[in-house]
Design a protein around this ligand. Structure first.
Ligand SMILES: *[C@@H]1O[C@H](CO)[C@@H](O)[C@H](O)[C@H]1NC(C)=O
Ligand SMILES: *[C@@H]1O[C@H](CO)[C@@H](O)[C@H](O)[C@H]1NC(C)=O
Length: 238
């Protein structure tokens, strides 16, 4: 009985939402350029991707402690493999982290200003993310949190960028870029952070950090298998 009720409610909701989506007014207000002209994601060290590159995609939230903990071992693994492995970081600002969206937007802003500084700011957020947790910012207005994030970001990448970062927060384009990140993440089925994909396949244990040995266990067989026609390395996913 309850299931029928639930099904009816869901049906009604989907009808209502499709009416809303189809309404011309709504389309104008929320129109998103999807797919975006430029792929979402920050490429670590701008490593080139070709058909032989092993591509790791990490979905992070700048104020998520598990994302923070996941970064050092992943970085160590990337150093180990060098150009054989590429990393693309996508952002999923989690709705229950009050400042996830603004900190994610800051990353898009600095990436637009100078893409060589993006990972420095990401690491800076990971290092001091407690400052932007829910409790310490509970009594602050949204505007003053953004103000803090602007100053914080300039501290990370250089004070000469202060006014550029500030105007970035008034530029609708950077809001849209952050929305695209969110939409990409949710369309890929990502519901928490960190979440990892390797060559397009999701890794098990999503939502928790992977240590260095964990990365070696996943990537070593893939690196070894390249060109050797071996399918052994597929064991992990099959
Ligand atoms: C971008 O940032 C990098 C790293 O800090 C710096 O070396 C470079 O000069 C900057 N580029 C521009 C155009 O400011
Ligand atoms: C927020 O403000 C209230 C009222 O002034 C105060 O009682 C509370 O301790 C403050 N909370 C934080 C986290 O600063």
């Amino acid at each position: 009985m309850q299931r029928t009720k639930l099904a009816a409610t869901l049906l009604l909701q989907s009808i209502l939402s499709s009416i809303l989506i189809l309404s011309p007014f709504q389309r104008i207000v929320t129109a998103q350029p999807l797919p975006p002209a430029k792929q979402d994601g920050f490429f670590y060290k701008n490593r080139r991707v070709d058909s032989n590159t092993i591509v790791v995609e990490a979905f992070f939230d700048p104020v998520c402690p598990d994302s923070r903990d996941a970064w050092p071992p992943l970085k160590q693994a990337l150093e180990h493999y060098g150009s054989r492995v590429s990393l693309v970081v996508h952002l999923l600002p989690l709705p229950y982290h009050d400042n996830a969206y603004a900190t994610s937007r800051a990353l898009h802003i600095v990436n637009t200003i100078n893409s060589s500084t993006t990972f420095r700011l990401l690491e800076w957020f990971f290092k001091y993310q407690e400052r932007f947790y829910n409790a310490p910012t509970h009594n602050m207005s949204r505007a003053s949190v953004v103000d803090e994030i602007v100053k914080f970001s300039a501290e990370a990448i250089g004070n000469s960028y202060l006014s550029a970062i500030e105007s970035g927060f008034n530029d609708r384009k950077t809001d849209l870029l952050t929305r695209v990140s969110f939409k990409l993440s949710t369309s890929r089925g990502v519901f928490g952070t960190p979440f990892f994909f390797v060559n397009g396949f999701v890794l098990p244990d999503a939502g928790s950090a992977l240590d260095y040995n964990g990365w070696r266990k996943i990537i070593d067989p893939l690196v070894g298998a390249k060109g050797s026609k071996s399918v052994d390395s597929l064991h992990f996913f099959l």
